[in-house]
Ligand binder design. Structure first.
Ligand code: ATP
Ligand code: MG
Length: 252
């Protein structure tokens, strides 16, 4: 695999005198599913925000398809989609309208302001909802959907961006294990079928082994593990968590 879609080098992020990312680097290829592990406070969310261009690193660079992410403006970041633990939908809008928000970086600004999307965008949004298994829920208010369904809408919104990278920050942390597994199945299938790269932070090494190609472990802002996910073993978990709690619960 060519690891050239996304290249982070020497990332440093400080808050005041605290160094939260301390020289993080890795590269990612198309269609690669990367799990990001590490204890609470290790810097996972900070790293994902830097990768998405939502936060500017104090040092180092993130290159996406040859462009420096920190220099991209909003619309230019449309090929990078984000999925969050808390879904981040607009509750009073329908599932379809939430998915259409994924088109905002692609359509003329006036269409977004007036919410007057072209038929082609609406058709695409419907296809994205179908892809995540939510045909028939187009008109349902987002805040009446179950958690798993809301996360599916968030993934459909990400798909509507026609991204080449999806960044997911603990996308299954608010879901029961079975529902979470369904969400990771979906992300993996998008990754395989569409060649979209996925970076996904997780707290469950078992999920990383089962769904990811590669696992990167952050500890105190540094990469201390970078292995094929299938090789994630006791030594890696020890290095990451000091043998402290890590999930060995059976998957449902
Ligand atoms: N805006 C901010 N201002 C100051 N400190 C911050 C800010 N954002 C994050 N931090 C600090 O940076 C460190 C890393 O936080 P981050 O949210 O990236 O960790 P995390 O690995 O995502 O943890 P978790 O698994 O709990 O989500 C923490 O010590 C946190 O308090
Ligand atoms: Mg976090």
């Amino acid at each position: 695999m060519k690891h050239d879609l996304f290249i982070a080098e020497g990332l440093v992020r400080r808050y005041g005198t605290r160094t939260v990312l301390d020289g993080v680097g890795f590269a990612l290829g198309r269609g690669e599913m990367l799990a990001l592990l590490g204890p609470s406070g290790a810097g996972k969310t900070t790293l994902l925000r830097c990768l998405a261009g939502l936060e500017r690193p104090d040092g180092g660079t993130v290159m996406h398809a040859g462009l420096d992410v920190a220099l991209l403006r909003g619309r230019e970041r449309r090929r990078i989609a984000m999925v969050f633990q808390q879904f981040n939908l607009v509750g009073r809008l329908s599932a379809l309208d939430n998915v259409l928000a994924g088109r905002l970086g692609h359509v003329p600004a006036w269409r977004g302001w007036l919410r007057r999307f072209a038929p082609a965008d609406i058709a695409l949004a419907r296809r994205c909802l179908a892809r995540v298994g939510l045909s028939g829920h187009e008109a349902q208010r987002a805040d009446t959907l179950s958690g798993g369904q809301q996360q599916r809408v968030a993934i459909a919104r990400a798909l509507a961006q026609q991204p080449d990278l999806i960044i997911a920050d603990e996308p299954v942390a608010s879901l029961d294990p079975g529902t979470g597994a369904g969400i990771l199945d979906l992300l993996t299938s998008i990754c395989r079928a569409d060649g979209v790269a996925v970076v996904c932070s997780l707290h469950q090494p078992d999920f990383a082994r089962r769904y990811a190609d590669r696992a990167i472990g952050l500890r105190a802002g540094r990469v201390v593990v970078d292995v094929p996910a299938s090789l994630l073993g006791d030594a890696e978990l020890q290095a990451l968590y000091d043998g402290a709690i890590h999930s060995t619960e059976p998957l449902s």
